[in-house]
Design a binder for this molecule. Sequence first.
Ligand SMILES: NC(=O)c1ccc[n+]([C@@H]2O[C@H](COP(=O)([O-])OP(=O)(O)OC[C@H]3O[C@@H](n4cnc5c(N)ncnc54)[C@H](O)[C@@H]3O)[C@@H](O)[C@H]2O)c1
Length: 320
Amino acid sequence: MKRSIVTGGAGFIGSNLVRRLLAEGHQVEVIDNLVTGNRANLEDLGHHVELHQVNICDFEAILPIVAGADRVFHLAALPSVPKSIANPVPSHEFNINGTFSVYRAAAEGRVKRLVYAASSSAYGDTEILPKVETMAPRPKSPYAVQKLLGEYYASVFHECFGLETVSLRFFNVFGPRQDPNSVYSGVLSLFMKCLIERKAPVIYGDGEQSRDFTFVEDVASLLIKAAETPGVAGRVFNAGNGNRYTLNETWGLLQKIEGVSIPAGYGPPRNGDVRHSQADTTAAVRDLGHAPQYSFEEGLRATLDWYKKDHERRLALVSA
Ligand SMILES: NC(=O)c1ccc[n+]([C@@H]2O[C@H](COP(=O)([O-])OP(=O)(O)OC[C@H]3O[C@@H](n4cnc5c(N)ncnc54)[C@H](O)[C@@H]3O)[C@@H](O)[C@H]2O)c1
């Protein structure tokens, strides 16, 4: 049985990945300090997953957990562009120093492979779409720089210390368990909450900015492929879907699915936001066997379904 460690495993993407790893027969342990994650994301898994409530910056604490693991999926981070601008110190500390600490523990602990959650924000605004891995990065925010540095360190740990690493540049990931309760939450989780509560979302800018929305199940599949495929250590891959939808189109599609009409409100554009985002998935398809299974609409329907059930569950808890 393979032993896999998921840093950030109590968060949105991490908790979905944990479920997939368990389904594939891995022994799974999570390192998470619950700064943005939530124990409830793992609650139904009971004793099948062990949660170590530890800060990844604490090298001495994470070394014994990580040592000897077959796989480390490094997803722990403060994952927000606006948060990194409003308050850059904690995101620098966690995303750079924490990442270094995880790589160091994985190298010293002789981990067989580490997969890193990189970010499409590294591209910044490019003239050319889709964005391909060979383009020069142009980060526009502290968060984007931090995530890019994590990629550089991943390939350097491979070159210099023999740790097998693969970086996946996630585009906009959406799906069940994405926290909609912060101003820094991902746009689709906020849209879901607004739709269920029949409230108008606030779109920052004119809504014509576009994103390559990727369903979390497809991301979990790719993370596992990146961990298992031989001959790809040291490399960086786009992990998007290859499509793009504007925020206006997306809110329109959600209203259509739900059969409602709720015009969005608009606010000023946000500093650090990229205008358009779309992945060239050629390398991931060719070299990792990336094969997204969900169309955008299928992903939206599955996600909305989950948020509705979660909403009902919360209402039942309050009235109990
Ligand atoms: N969601 C996206 O669209 C997206 C896009 C690009 C990249 N990413 C990357 O994917 C990863 C997961 O993102 P997510 O959307 O699931 O976010 P999330 O906030 O739901 O998950 C991050 C998890 O990391 C944990 N964490 C943060 N700092 C920590 C620390 N110092 N020590 C231990 N645990 C810590 C949090 O508690 C949380 O559970 C992040 O690395 C993020 O940068 C996400």
